[in-house]
Design a protein around this ligand. Structure first.
Ligand code: SAM
Length: 175
């Protein structure tokens, strides 16, 4: 499986804890293999690690970086490609196909994204050209990337697993 990481830019610890945590959880659940936070927020990273411990995915990388631009530059220097999700980009319905083998960094913003990212990403992709949410944009992008197969993803190291029910909740716990 190729390397797919999600870089979250512009996290504001006072306002964005929940949304940033959801960005990381979507990355894990929708088959990316790493999450990178620009800036610092130990609470968010701890919350994501807690999910990995209970629901599996200990191989999922969690990183932080002081500077998203440096992270993007290094990703590209190592031969990876960068897709920035923005409502100003090319609608995903018309976007070029992303090469399948190279490591892929998916970039999402918070409030305002520095124009540098628009000019240095290999792809600026819009999930429709209307403003909505980084969580929604990331989920749809990863779902298209995985052709929907990621929805059947299972985590062999999970301590808790859901047994799907028509009604009610059923979970099994590993010993
Ligand atoms: N006005 C901001 C900007 O500079 O693009 C967008 C703020 S939006 C609340 C936060 C993030 O959600 C964006 O950086 C982008 O990653 C994502 N986003 C929101 N709407 C999107 C869309 N239609 N397509 C792709 N990404 C979107």
């Amino acid at each position: 499986m190729r390397k797919v990481y999600v870089l979250r830019l512009g996290h504001r610890p006072k306002r964005d804890k929940r949304v940033t945590t959801h960005v990381a959880l979507v990355a894990r659940a929708f088959n990316a293999n790493g999450f990178v936070l620009e800036g610092d927020d130990s609470h968010v990273l701890a919350a994501v690690r807690g999910v990995l411990e209970r629901w599996g995915g200990m191989g999922f990388a969690i990183e932080s970086t002081r500077d998203g631009k440096t992270y993007v530059r290094e990703w590209k220097r190592a031969g990876g490609i960068v897709a920035h999700l923005t409502m100003y980009g090319i609608n995903i319905a018309n976007a070029p196909r992303i090469p399948q083998r190279k490591p892929l960094l998916v970039v999402v913003g918070a409030e305002k994204v520095d124009p540098w990212f628009y000019h240095n990403a290999d792809y600026n992709i819009a999930i429709g050209n209307q403003p909505h949410s980084e969580v929604a944009a990331l989920a749809i992008f990863l779902d298209r990337l995985g052709n929907g197969k990621e929805l059947g993803k299972r985590f062999p190291d999970a301590r808790i697993r859901i047994i799907p029910q028509k009604a009610g909740k059923r979970v099994v716990r590993a010993n």
